[in-house]
Ligand binder design. Structure first.
Ligand code: SF4
Ligand code: SF4
Length: 295
């Protein structure tokens, strides 16, 4: 079984549209949406959810007012300024301590030091993840709560589940819509993958973002390929990107022309290759062929 992860230096490069087209062109693939901070592959693939599970991203502390004796030890040991002396009275003291759930990082130190067992330390549900069916095969995806963190942990969970399904259903390919950028979620997206495909566009910011993400991918020693979307908009920049790629020992294996079909297909909730048989679809098919040769 092989795992292809498609990433980009930033959002808006057409990465998800390309992944959706790959899903349509692939045979026997399991799909994963690891762009959990801005998941939108589901908008094109319209998954039918079969299983929903809570995502436990971490833990959080809270004071049990009735048990607190107001000693202040929790405030002393909290390195995140999450503890406040503003809680309600109880039978023992006129004021107790409380914990700000937003400031609490869930380190658990206060729980350890509270001698009165007055701090609860509970799992926090940061979102949900789903196992679904799509018209192109099974898909694992997620919805992270607003302003929730730990998306790297969620990405790892999605990839693990995708692998399990691929093994169970004897699928030979996993296609991952990876997170953009160079942060924790993208690291979680590419670690241990067989091939990384970076989607970029020929603009100065696209080139700059490509450099950053290419450097990151190189650090993981994973074969990395590059696709340039909207290549016809700036031929000079395409040449520069190709030169940069050569220096990095990375190959530009596909170029896709600018076409409004990307937007129109999204509106119609379909992939570009389903939407049109035009030249842009031929570009994507050629890119897909080159990706499969690289395995
Ligand atoms: S350490 Fe425990 S008993 Fe002391 S103030 Fe904090 S919660 Fe209350
Ligand atoms: S769990 Fe850690 S961050 Fe949260 S209140 Fe306790 S010491 Fe502070």
């Amino acid at each position: 079984m092989k795992e292809l992860v498609v990433i980009s230096g930033k959002g808006g490069t057409g990465k998800t549209s390309i992944v959706a087209s790959f899903a349509a062109l692939a045979q026997n693939a399991v799909l994963a949406d690891c762009d959990v901070d801005a998941a939108d592959l589901h908008l094109i693939l319209e998954p039918r959810v079969k299983q929903t599970s809570d995502f436990i991203g971490g833990k959080q502390a809270s004071v049990v007012t009735e048990k607190c004796i107001g000693c202040g030890k929790c405030e002393d040991v909290c390195n995140f300024d999450a503890v406040f002396f503003n809680g309600q009275a109880n039978d023992v003291v006129e004021k107790t301590y409380t914990i700000d759930p937003i400031a609490c990082e869930g380190c658990g130190v206060c729980t350890y030091f509270c001698q009165n067992d007055a701090i609860e330390f509970k799992d926090t549900v940061n979102g949900q993840w789903f196992i679904s069916d799509t018209r192109f095969g099974p898909m694992v995806h997620a919805k992270l709560g607003i302003a929730e963190e730990n998306s790297g942990k969620l990405v790892s969970l999605i990839r693990k589940e995708t692998k399990r399904i691929a093994e169970e259903q004897k699928k030979d390919l996993i296609i991952v819509d990876g997170s953009p950028g160079i942060g924790c979620p993208v690291i979680a997206s590419i670690t241990g993958a067989d091939i990384v495909l970076i989607v970029t566009e020929p603009t100065l910011s696209g080139k700059h973002d490509l450099e950053r993400v290419a450097e990151l991918a190189a650090g993981f020693n994973i074969p990395t390929l590059i696709a340039i979307n909207k290549f016809d908009l700036n031929p000079d920049m395409v040449t520069q990107i190709e030169e940069d790629a050569r220096k990095r020992n990375m190959k530009v294996i596909g170029k896709i022309r600018y076409d409004k079909a990307f937007t129109k297909a999204q509106i119609m909730k379909c992939s570009v290759v389903e939407y049109t048989g035009g030249a842009v679809t031929e570009d994507i098919k050629a890119l897909w062929r080159n990706v499969t040769y690289a395995f």
